[in-house]
Ligand binder design. Sequence first.
Ligand SMILES: [Zn+2]
Ligand SMILES: [Zn+2]
Length: 393
Amino acid sequence: MNEILNMSMNEMAEADFDCSCGRHHSLPIKKIAIGKGVLKELPGVAAEFKGKQVYMISDNNTWKAAGEKAHAFLVNDGFKVKSHMFETGNEILIPDEAVMGRVLMEMPLDTALIVSVGSGTLNDMGKFLSSRTGVPYIIVCTAPSMDGYVANGAPLICGGRKISFVATLAYGVVGDTDVMKDAPMHMIHAGLGDVLGKLTALTDWSLAVEMIDEYRCDTCVKLVEKALKRCIDNAAALKERNEEAILYLIEALTLTGVTMAIVGVSRPASGSEHLLSHYWEMDFITRNKYPELHGVKVGIATPIVAEIYEILGADIPEATRKLCPKRAFVEELLNSAGAMISPKEVGIERELFYRSLLNANAVRNRYSVFQYAKDIGRLEEVTQKITERIYGK
Ligand SMILES: [Zn+2]
Ligand SMILES: [Zn+2]
């Protein structure tokens, strides 16, 4: 039981076990290959589809980062591959109706496997296409920028709004640290931000267990904590693109995805810090302002949530209080890697900031420290204090 605790990341594919939390967990992902030089293992990961039609999607940046090599590995191994590369120049690819339509039109009729090469956007496009066509997909990761490689949600732009569609989990994940260590530093910072967000996500989960008796899987908590620790201990080395630090980062991101998939809730990965980040993002999108990378916002939101816990102090039940990181600790970690810390740096004005703290609990129906602070009548006081610390009196 719980042998998953001793498994390496790559051994977790198709994990299937009775857990000490009383539930049976299984992970439908068939292949996970994460590590140095694993891109060349792609033909092995895709072996089941050899001789059938493979459809590869990328953009000009991800093609250069890994697509070209991935394509060559497959073709040299005898795979039949059609590649479609979106030429976006220096612009980023926006997954809207036109782009999703194009990706579908380019798809060969007899496609048996989709291979998507990229990070956030191309991963979301690949999994959406896969979910609607029933054709499995493999994601070749190009940046350790968020935890969505193992997740079934696909946020796309539809009718000018960002909509989180339910899609499907990947058949396989290939994450080569030789590729990811060369990702733009901003994306590496985003990945770190998304990982640090797990500190407050786990704290919120504990609060929900104590306050409203929510289900929690302690095996999953232990898995995330273990990966978090390794990533945190090496965070400062991300600045130098240290390969081990990149490996621990992508492992932590992938592992939180794995735990989400096996417990069927996003609690191991997202808490109040994600509510804040989503609030800011929705506000930016409504105003046609660039919303910044997901993980960058989560990174900025995390010390703020830690501060809420600090201010509430003795009002927080003891077991949860002990779990929460200190604001200074999270800020120091972000700082050591060169990542942004202040909401001001991403253009969040005082008014938006103030409003976001008061209303983040309405982003989704889920118990959080915002709800708790509201219930005990201290949300306005906390909001005032933090706003004044950051923006002045
Ligand atoms: Zn996230
Ligand atoms: Zn469990």
